[in-house]
Design a protein around this ligand. Sequence first.
Ligand SMILES: C[S@@+](CC[C@H](N)C(=O)[O-])C[C@H]1O[C@@H](n2cnc3c(N)ncnc32)[C@H](O)[C@@H]1O
Length: 459
Amino acid sequence: MTATNEIKKFILKKRVRRGFSALTAISLFSGAGISDLGYELAGFQIVVQSEKDFDRANICEQNFPNSTCIKGDIEKTWKKIIRQYRKSEKQQRLSLLTVTPPCQGMSSSNPGRGKITDPEHGVRDERNLLLLSAIPIINQLKPRVVVAENVPALLNRVIREKNTGKIKTVVQAFADELIEYELFVGVVQMADYGIPQLRRRAILVAVHKDEKWLENLKKGKLLPWVRPTHSETAIDNRKKWVSVRSWLNQMRYSALDAKTKPSNPKDALHYVPSYDGDRYLMVLSIPPYSGKNAYQNSICPECNKNSIPLEVAYCPHCGNLLRNRPYVLRKNGRARLIKGFHSSYRRMPPDRPASTVTTNSSHIGGDYKIHPWENRVMSARECADLQTVPRTFKWNWAFENDHRYYIRNVIGEALPTYFAYLHGKILMQLLQGKFPEDSLSRFGVDGQDRKISKIHEQE
Ligand SMILES: C[S@@+](CC[C@H](N)C(=O)[O-])C[C@H]1O[C@@H](n2cnc3c(N)ncnc32)[C@H](O)[C@@H]1O
């Protein structure tokens, strides 16, 4: 089966209620539970979830009726999380703890994140330290495996440690506290697993030292996550990345248009922001399939003259405003082009995977947000599918409470369900005493950027 088919099947499959499993899991920073669903489909039983934001927690609760979601700030709720696990599972050893804190403190899209190597800034933004809030839970429940995920910038984020005053990376601070564990750290690219989206993520997997398979991992220079199957070009037995063009064609979404048809009554998630006027003209003027941006629109909408130079807001031939370029009006009534990046107001290039789905997926000024050929951004449905969220996922709470904007937010911040599912399957095998050597990532060989390193090697 091709990757496109396999992922399509994963998304569209009608699933019955998930049953009991002896391998239990707790998820911290659960969001709506999009990645939790992948680990659950792989066979883990999610027993406790935790989430600060009540709206996200409510979506989570709808989707995980058999788990308890502890609502509130983890700094205050961590003891409750431990108690709840002990209450429901009694003596059962926790198999998996997932930790997916927010990435805004690290993300390059956050202008206030400060210098990633500045320890003072690292401490000032509390979100940078949230990974460390898992430590007391780990030390008390001693899960067999801990999985953490974030943007790759996490790996370089430097902080000054509260107790010792020492300057170190957040990851090193995390590793130093996990004395009973070995920590494996790397960067994974979702497109390397056949997912039609470019999305790089830092992955941290801590394995408890009493796990027998840990020795095999180290001896074989292997990493506890799944080996990539795809790459930018088809090399080393890997298939070529799935392009957004082939994905959209295969999924056969009904056509939408920001001006004439912004939604599809048959699918509540297949909607886009509606606009007309200059904003629409700007999108309409970017040639379909070109991967170009609106700054490159080179035909004047007033006089139709071609080859208008870049970086001007007014047509050099007729003197009229170039309404099909991103502009703002100054106080004096004259326009200037909006300062933008190469990637903003741009169509997705059709022959590579889709750009990263973000929380602002409805904003045409964001990076590569415009549909490759239709005149609109990607719909919430298309974003959910690019994030490989199964169609059985329940969004009712967001609709019933008129919180539609939440849908794009929670979709954009998630680890794709399909990746979590693949990862969960590998972890299940390891925890059940099987050693799927050929399916594990290889240290220093696999990975998008060869930056993979095992934290304990730095000692
Ligand atoms: C990156 S998102 C998690 C995404 C999730 N894994 C998924 O796949 O849907 C991080 C989540 O952490 C939550 N969060 C942020 N600060 C928190 C805190 N102090 N305590 C608990 N949850 C928090 C946010 O509300 C957000 O939902």
